[in-house]
Design a protein around this ligand. Sequence first.
Ligand code: FAD
Length: 361
Amino acid sequence: MAEANITVLGAGVVGLTTALLLSKNPKYNVTIVAKHMPGDYDIEYASPWAGANYFPVAKPGSLGEQYERNTWPELKRLASHLPEAGVHFQDSTVYNRTKDAGSATQVWFSELLKPDAWFKEVMPNFRVLPQNELPEGIDSATGFTSVCINVSIYLPWLASQCLKNGVVLKRGIVNHVADAADHHHTGKRADVVVNCTGLNSRFLNGVNDGKVFPARGQIVVVRNEPGIMTSISGTDDGSEEATYIMQRAAGGGTILGGCYQVNNWDSQPDPNLATRIMKRCIELAPTLTNGKGIEALSIIRHGVGLRPVREGGQRIEKERLGDVAVVHNYGHGGYGYQTSYGTAEKAVRLVESALEPAARL
Ligand code: FAD
C-alpha cells in the first residue's frame, strides 16, 4: 500500500479518536486541523462539556447498538489498565418512574430502563433491583458497572497518544470541507479529509447537513462525591429536563445534570435551571450533601454544551468532492464518547476503501 496523506477536521472526541486509530497505520501521515483543541471551553466545542459516561441508549438491532457495543471493550481496557487516560469504573443505577412514560428523557433512556436491555450481556454486574431496594416513588430500576471519563484528562490524553504516533495537530478554520485538504502538514494536498466537525456540519460548506441540530445540556460541576453514578427516567420540572449524577475519575469533580433542550442554542447557564438541577440531584442522591440542602454543594463551575444530534443518527459515509475523498464522522448527539471507538473504526474502514487504487481514479 502506498503512503497516504489524511487530514482529520475536528479535535473533539470523535476527531481525536479517529485520528488515533488512523495513526496506528504507519503508511498514513495524519494531520488534525481544528478551530478548538483540548483545553478550550467553547459553546462550539461539545466534547469538554460531557460527563462523560457510558449509559447505552441505542435501540437493539440499530447501527447505534453496534457502535456502543464496539466501544465498550476499549473503555473497559482503559479503565482496567491505563489510569493515565482518566477513565474509572463506577457502580451505576438507573431509576424508572412509570409516570414518566412518553417524556423526552424517558424516550431517550428507554433502552437504559429495560430489565432485558441488549447490553445486559455486555456491561458487568447487570441486575434488576428487587422491590425492597427501590426508594419511595420509584417503580423499577436497573444496576450495572459502567465507566465515567474525566474529559479534561481524557481529551489531552487522546491528543498525546496521537502525537506519540506522529500525528501533527494544527489550529485552523475551514470554510469548505474539501479545503481541509490544504491544511496537511506536509504542504501537499491530503488524499482524504475526515470530517469530524460535530454540530458545525450543519453550517460547513460542502456538508450543510440540515439534519444536524443542537440538544442543549446544562451542568453544574461540584466537589461533592455521590458514591454512585445514577440517573432517572424523568423529572417533575418539565419534559426537557433530566437528572443525572456522575463522578469523574482522578479529581475531576462530580457532574450534576441536566437537560435536553432541542434546538436551543443558548450558551449561557440559566441560574433557575441550575437550582432545579442541584435540588433534583440531592433528592436522587442524598449522599452528595449528607442529607443537607443545595447550600452544602461546593460548586466548581456551571456549564453549557450543545449535543450535536443528527436525525437518523451519525453520518459515517464517504463521498468524493473534486480531487479529494471525504469521509464523514459526525452527528454523535449525547453519545459521542460511548460510541467513539465503534464509529471511528467504521470511519477508518471507509478511509481504507477510499484509498484503494480504483477509488482514486
Ligand atoms: P465537538 O467536540 O464539538 O468537536 C468538533 C470539532 O470540530 C472541534 O474541534 C471544532 O473546533 C471543530 N470544527 C468545527 N467546525 C470547524 C471548522 N469549520 N474548521 C475547523 N474546525 C472546526 N456523550 C457520551 O458518550 N456520554 C456522556 O455522558 C455525554 N454527556 C454529555 C453531556 C453534555 C452536557 C453534552 C453537551 C454532551 C454530552 N455527550 C456525552 C455528548 C458528547 O459530548 C458529544 O457527542 C461529543 O463531544 C461530540 O464530539 P465531536 O468530536 O463530534 O464534536
